[in-house]
Design a protein around this ligand. Sequence first.
Ligand SMILES: Cc1cc2nc3c(=O)[nH]c(=O)nc-3n(C[C@H](O)[C@H](O)[C@H](O)COP(=O)(O)OP(=O)(O)OC[C@H]3O[C@@H](n4cnc5c(N)ncnc54)[C@H](O)[C@@H]3O)c2cc1C
Length: 325
Amino acid sequence: MTGINETAKLLSQKFKDEGFTGTVSVDAPLAPLTWYKIGGSAAILVEAHSVTDLALAKKLIDDNPMPLLVMGAGSNILVSDEGFPGLVLRLGGIFASIDVDENETRIRVGAAVPLLTLIRESVRIGLDGIERLAGIPGSVGGAIFMNAGTYGDGIGGLIETVDVFTATGELETWDPLECGFEYRSSRFQMTDDIILFAVITGQRVEPEKLNTEIERRLDKRKKTQPIELPSCGCVFKNPDGDKSAARLMQDAGLKGERAGDAVISSKHTNFIVNEGAATAKDIINLMAKARKRVYALTGIKLTPEVRAVGFKEPLEVMLDAWKED
Ligand SMILES: Cc1cc2nc3c(=O)[nH]c(=O)nc-3n(C[C@H](O)[C@H](O)[C@H](O)COP(=O)(O)OP(=O)(O)OC[C@H]3O[C@@H](n4cnc5c(N)ncnc54)[C@H](O)[C@@H]3O)c2cc1C
């Protein structure tokens, strides 16, 4: 990454000289910013605090082309052991704000806001729907990008509008149809548009009802998911049909399978946990092994849910190319 590191240093100075109000660092370790605690460094890491900051970041990247990664809370990404050879953009400042309308039926929330904060606000005003996201780590931006949720549900079903900084530098407001929400997917996965804010809506209910539902969901997660260890949640999406990815992996005898410090959890077979010093390569080796075994047994090719970043090849290509030692 020598060439890119030199460019990153120059770019970092330009950010400062041109009045960027957020933070800028070069050769910035990404592992501590991810739930997996895995991965190398970003050539340059910036946190934008305003739309003016975003416009400046866009201008500087246009002038010094390099890969761009928008990062939320890092709970669904696997960063390459070599790191990310470009600019990693996080959001803060105004994008971490949360406001309730005067009727208390809508919440305007910034992409950098943790889902937990949004859930707490929805309980405070008694707005239903958002409690279904309880226990999902991550930010509002990451949740919209992934259409995060449980089972068939997704955050997309609660959204009225999303404010976007488009890949061409325009500010636009999109309705849910334009966001293309599908199971653990959205249009954002096909573009370089940046999610800035969302307006979330629901029905008024008693806060106590929401609290009970949240406790039920958190309790269920504690019992069924290895939340005490670093992971990215489910590594694969559930395929069509009546068997979940976890069930297919369990039937293929994958529980407890290990590569280095990466282990297929015996509590939830679709979770690959990091027991200490797992590398991105270990996680990919296990995913590939699991996918190959499930395919051999059922003819079903599991689709990754985790987003792999900083690798030379797309995750699907790496999984297909894998061969057992
Ligand atoms: C213990 C555990 C349990 C989990 N349970 C669930 C679950 O039940 N359901 C579920 O759906 N997920 C679950 N997840 C996965 C994860 O929490 C969600 O996918 C979450 O929505 C990711 O949000 P994030 O902010 O961490 O995004 P990140 O991991 O930071 O990023 C994910 C993707 O979103 C993009 N992105 C992030 N912010 C923006 C933005 N502002 N604009 C454009 N793109 C952006 C990134 O580029 C990346 O491609 C779980 C994860 C863990 C660790």
